[in-house]
Design a binder for this molecule. Structure first.
Ligand SMILES: Cc1cc2nc3c(=O)[nH]c(=O)nc-3n(C[C@H](O)[C@H](O)[C@H](O)COP(=O)(O)O)c2cc1C
Length: 379
């Protein structure tokens, strides 16, 4: 694994191994991708002042959240259509989570069903809900998550409408893929991806299939567009809160008042995120939104974080800003696309080793000491 010691190594290898439509889907942001860059730039500005001469140290990353013990405050964020990026993605991610003892979040628009992915994650699975318009669908999805062993529910708030995602439009991503000469050529040029496709079959929205009749299956993407999203309101959140018995997390929060209102409406955590720069190109860099939200609600609920994490140093930066848990979307997918099934575990090892190393280098034995080592106190 020393051939790929950094997430950036996995990223460049995935770029080579993925057909261009899959790469564009994974890598892109929205608009001119300013938010995507802003996330990385804002993280890179966070620096530490080490404290030394502490002798032998054994930093611990063990973290417990909602009564579950995890190996580190690092989790796998929901990635819809994972099977298009790498066929078989969701089971590979779920298994890596079970193996490394970290959370894995299955997307509503994932390419595996909760009934299959939940048991694979062996108690490490969380379920992400895009709010279905139909009440019956919502109730059924939540029941299925509950019955499939998912321990937490993440409701995504930051898709009030689809984003334009110009690069994805140019890549002409469709589910199921429309088979034309361009697609055939792309697949033929990427044999590892083609082999994974042969093993796992064409990616499908397996979570949602039962709500769409077979005739309209070819138009699953249209179903997703018409039936999910644009629905979330405070009343909707209350209805989900009523039904879901476990911890409820609202993902995609950037505003302190929204964060407080989530807590007032029964959320057990908020997740600061700008969807990895995929929704609003003018969005604040996610790390810049974190400390103010921790300041507002951090003494009431855990504050989780994602968007722009590319190494263990970034995890440390987010933890130092008050995140109780840090999620990554692309980093785990780069691992999977670069080296297949073993990739997500390797991506985790990179992030984890990096975090432990930063703790050593800064003189922190526990995660909560990291904030004292920041050179600039966050706003
Ligand atoms: C290809 C892709 C698909 C995604 N699909 C979903 C999704 O289905 N649901 C969701 O809540 N977030 C989704 N996200 C956002 C991630 O959960 C997460 O917020 C984001 O990837 C974090 O940024 P990072 O990729 O820089 O780590 C997706 C992100 C990517 C890159």
């Amino acid at each position: 694994m020393n051939r790929w010691p950094a997430i950036s190594d996995l990223e460049s290898r995935s770029n080579k191994r993925l057909p261009s439509f899959a790469w564009d889907y994974l890598d892109s942001g929205t608009g001119s991708e300013q938010a995507l860059d802003r996330n990385l730039d804002a993280l890179a500005r966070v620096t530490f002042r080490p404290q030394l001469l502490k002798g032998l140290m054994e930093p611990s990353t063990e973290t417990s959240l909602f009564g579950v013990d995890y190996a580190a405050p690092i989790g796998i964020a929901p990635v819809g259509l994972g099977g298009l990026i790498w066929p078989g993605a969701d089971t590979a991610l779920a298994r890596a989570a079970a193996d490394r003892r970290i959370p894995y979040v299955l997307s509503t628009v994932g390419t595996e069903s909760p009934e299959v992915a939940g048991p694979e994650a062996a108690g490490m699975g969380w379920f992400q809900l895009y709010p279905p318009r139909e009440e019956a669908t919502r109730r059924d999805l939540i029941d299925r998550a509950q019955n499939s062993g998912f321990t937490a529910m993440v409701i995504t708030a930051d898709v009030p409408a689809p984003s334009r995602r110009e690069r994805q439009r140019k890549a002409r991503i469709r589910v199921p893929p429309s088979i034309g000469p361009r697609l055939v050529l792309e697949v033929a040029r990427h044999p590892a991806w083609a082999n994974a496709l042969r093993r796992h079959g064409t990616p499908r929205f397996r979570c949602l299939e039962k709500y769409v009749d077979a005739a309209s299956m070819t138009n699953m993407a249209a179903f997703v567009g018409a039936n999910l999203g644009g629905t979330l309101s405070w009343d909707y959140l209350a209805a989900v809160r009523d039904q879901w018995e476990g911890p409820l997390i609202v993902k995609g929060i950037l505003d302190i008042h929204d964060a407080q209102r989530c807590v007032d409406n029964g959320a057990d955590a908020v997740q600061v995120s700008n969807h990895g720069g995929r929704q609003l190109d003018g969005a604040i860099g996610a790390i810049d939104a974190l400390a103010p939200i921790v300041g507002r609600v951090g003494d009431q609920v855990p504050v989780l974080f994602d968007s722009g994490i590319r190494d263990g140093l970034d995890v440390a930066r987010a933890v130092a800003h008050g995140a109780s848990f840090v999620f990554c979307g692309r980093a785990f997918m780069f691992g999977l696309a670069a080296i297949g099934e073993a990739g997500p575990g390797h991506a985790y090892d990179i992030l984890h080793e990096g975090l432990v190393n930063v703790m050593h280098q800064t003189g922190c034995e526990s995660l909560d000491q990291l904030s004292d080592r920041l050179t600039t106190k966050p706003a």
